[in-house]
Write a new protein. Sequence first.
Length: 256
Amino acid sequence: MNRPYLQQIGTLALCLLLVIAGIGAFQKKSTPVSARIENKKLPIYCVQTEAPKVAISFDAAWGNEDTADLLAILDKYQVKTTFFMTGGWVESYPDDVKAIAEAGHDLGNHSENHKQMSQLGMAECKEEIQKVHDKVKELTGKDMILFRPPYGDYNDTLIDAANELGYHVIQWDVDSLDWKDYGADAIVSKVLDHEHLGNGTIVLMHNGAKYTKDALPRVISGLQEKGFEIVPISQLIYKQNYEMDHEGRQFVNSSQ
């Protein structure tokens, strides 16, 4: 066998060894990342249930121009929802907070200062949550149990802080994108035609978005026409004996 042929075989063998080594290195680097994702604590994005129930939620951080209109629409359709409020919003519009509570809607905590809370330590996370809790308690006499992180931004520290204060951390699986001000038609379509819409869905809307009040009647009637009952988040989620899947879907722990 001539030398050039042997050199070719050697080169091919070396390349094969490098490829195998590369695959092994990739696997070693990828496994811990996957494990961290799997082990990361998740908020509640939606609920696994056979009941045709969904929840509508409003984040209230800026402005109150449409609050009375939203409450009137909800009252007309006899629908109860959930309002997540920042500390600044609570201070600025205490009468609206009382009106929301008196109308029978969930009062939800959206932090004191609307910060990116994954950047905060445990003590500051608790302070951001507790300050709003105390303000709402003083105004309404009610203890809130639902917390939504600003920007949907969270980490294990934040979830632990909220849980230790007696809160369930809530996200959403259907985003109306009402804050983009595309118009009422776009909001209605985004919700009613969303691929994730189903039993146990949590819809995200905003108290201060430009076209939300115009879209809300059609969103409500459209959901009802699809056979869904609209309930507050507190009546949708499981509060004990539950587990979460990798998508943040809450389900009953059948082993208990």
